[in-house]
Design a protein around this ligand. Structure first.
Ligand code: HGY
Ligand code: MN
Ligand code: MN
Length: 428
């Protein structure tokens, strides 16, 4: 990463050159997909394994030792001035949603490796080690659990999630063993993968996934807090029947009940300040044009910067769904699949990011994150902070996700400069 600190123009050219190299790496990484029209890379899938292999190779070229840990994360380590010194953890995730963009998660991993590559090129060692971690399960799309890899590193892994099954009935533990992870070790002692005991902090670069930075005309932002999130799976059981013969009155139509519930979710969130709620997936059984739906299953995602607003909002939504089920004489089951509290970022690290951005000539905007991130799993475990990068139109979880080479290069330069000026004393 040839970021020369000489003149502003030269520094900017160096950053743009680096940014173009980062985008090229991200293009290559996007090629590891599970198929479909755009990028889909699910936890422990063949595409995840291929991406992990490519990434480990690049990490080693960049001067790190690299391995896949018990939970399927790719971990690269670059020693500090004293071998075996405690590490600052850097990274993000390389799993994606379905039909994803190329930058969600991967930008944070590729930026972190590029920073190590530059330090290694210069033969520069920091007062601490660096560990770059590519988490494999941030999105929680394949299995009905989330942050499996991140929680393993943070020491909060729940062995019960090894039994979570995907849509094909494959259990997470089985898939992890096939991937090269160590489910038995995680089941016996979840702390086997924990890396926080000898870590100083966690820093993450990530696209904003919203429009705030672009509207403010600012390339990078410092995250103040990450919204909390609750996820549920709702099951609705009615009575399947012949679409042509069953009278309308008295039907127990599971899809019609689900439709009522989806609108109840939207209504509650629209009328509750600071609350967002989404039904992202709806499966219908048996799913035939001439059959009244006997069953339906929907996912529910509820978020807020305020944990009380989120919990009260989720409770109100579930109450409304129960009333709809009763009125329509269908059965309703509710399974909460995850809950992650809102996570404030560490002021000293936020200030370190802001100072580095200022040294690069950018006055960063401070903003909350509506999206969840691996960083939130480290709240209360390690000092943590995030640097956001502007993305076009705030579009994300969409193949149209887009960033510029200049912004990517700036983010890498800011991350490197933050590490060179890290207030280590303020972190203990
Ligand atoms: O859902 C989220 O906020 C993140 O993209 N996993
Ligand atoms: Mn995402
Ligand atoms: Mn993400």
């Amino acid at each position: 990463m040839h970021v020369s600190p000489s003149s502003d123009a030269t520094a900017r050219d160096g950053r743009d050159c680096l940014g173009a190299a980062l985008l090229a790496r991200l293009e290559t990484l996007a090629g590891f997909t599970d198929g479909g029209t755009a990028l889909t890379r699910l936890y422990l899938s063949p595409a995840h394994r291929a991406a992990a292999g490519w990434l480990a190779g690049w990490m080693e070229q960049a001067g790190m030792t690299a391995h896949v840990d018990a939970a399927g994360n790719v971990v690269g380590r670059y020693e500090g001035a004293t071998p075996g010194a405690p590490a600052v953890l850097l990274g993000s995730h390389i799993d994606s949603v379905r039909n994803a963009g190329k930058y969600d998660g991967t930008l944070g991993v590729v930026t972190a490796v590029a920073v190590v590559e530059e330090l290694n090129r210069r033969g520069e060692r920091l007062p601490f080690a660096l560990e770059v971690i590519a988490f494999g399960d941030e999105e929680g799309v394949r299995f009905p659990v989330i942050f499996s890899g991140t929680r393993a590193v943070a020491g909060t892994f729940d062995p019960a999630c090894l039994h979570a099954a995907d849509a094909d009935g494959v259990r997470l533990g089985e898939a992890l063993a096939a991937f090269g992870g160590a489910p038995a070790a995680l089941a016996a002692d979840p702390a086997t993968a924990a890396r926080v005991a000898r870590a100083l902090a966690y820093l993450e670069v990530h696209i904003e996934q919203g429009p705030v930075l672009e509207q403010a005309g600012v390339p990078v932002g410092v995250v103040t807090a990450i919204n909390g999130a609750s996820r549920y799976t709702l099951g609705i059981t009615g009575t399947a029947g012949h679409a042509g013969t069953v009278p309308m009155a008295g039907r127990r139509d599971a899809l019609a009940a689900a439709a009522d519930m989806v609108l109840a979710v939207e209504r509650q969130a629209l009328h509750t300040p600071g609350l967002v709620a989404t039904v992202g997936r709806l499966d219908v059984l048996p799913g035939a044009v001439n059959v009244i739906a006997g069953g339906a299953r929907l996912t529910l995602d509820v978020r807020s910067p305020d944990d009380r607003v989120r919990r009260d909002g989720a409770a109100a939504i579930l109450d409304a769904c129960a009333i709809i089920a009763q009125r329509r004489h269908v059965a309703l089951s509710v399974d909460q699949t995850s809950e992650t509290p809102a996570a404030p970022c560490t002021p000293a690290l936020m200030d370190a990011f802001a100072a580095a951005a200022a040294r690069a000539g950018v006055e960063p905007k401070r903003l909350p994150s509506g999206a969840g991130h691996d960083a939130m799993v480290f709240a209360g475990v390690l000092p943590m902070a995030m640097l956001f990068v502007r993305c076009r139109g705030g579009i994300s979880h969409n193949p149209a996700e887009s960033i510029t080479a200049a912004d990517a290069g700036l983010a890498a330069a800011v991350l490197l400069d933050t590490l060179r000026h890290l207030p280590v004393q303020a972190l203990s």
